[in-house]
Design a protein around this ligand. Sequence first.
Ligand code: DC
Length: 222
Amino acid sequence: MEKGFVVAIDGPAGAGKSTIAKLAAGKLGFAYIDTGAMYRAVTWKLLQSGETFSPGIASKIAREIKIVFRPENAVNRVFVDNTEVTDAIRTAAVTRLVSSVAAVPDVRTAMVRQQRRMGQEGGIVIDGRDIGTVVFPQAQCKIFLTATVEERARRRGKELEAKGEKVDYIKLQDEIAFRDKQDSEREVSPLRQAEDAVYLDTSDMSIEQVTDKILDLVREKQ
Ligand code: DC
């Protein structure tokens, strides 16, 4: 394995990035870095603090927060300042606010610095919105993973139903479309396909097919 190899996976909410990135990392023997979880962790801490959201508060939290990933079996456990937040960062309250937090320039600067530090040795699969364009523009393998809004809502809905939640699919589609818009239209590091990324529409693909395709692309680049 070439030292320093980075697999960058970007794409909109609910495209299956984290599922695929985790599987691909396992097969490659790479570490997995979930950058969305990092923006969620900052958002969680902001909500915990009881403060009202402002760019200043969010930036302060992003500069001070200590985020640690501890992979355990199939679960990528997430800790903030030694408290486990693996499930807490996936709540509706965090999901509603996270795009606004992630749009704050100083929050992004702090997170990107941590992401580069975590990935400096390479041997990583890292997913997010700006990985191939900003965080690791030199990544050897870049993939832009997407699917139709309807399909992404269907997948997210199935996950929520599996957890026993009642799902309003139209509302879910609207929320996903809203987050896409916020993430794509923000001024700093908007969601965008890198010029040298491979575009992969997974609407009609299974998880195994997408993972295999990514492993093929990595082998081609090695
Ligand atoms: O992938 P996710 O849904 O967990 O990401 C949560 C939010 O964080 C998403 O709305 C966009 C933002 N994000 C980002 O701006 N940049 C990244 N590299 C990863 C996520």
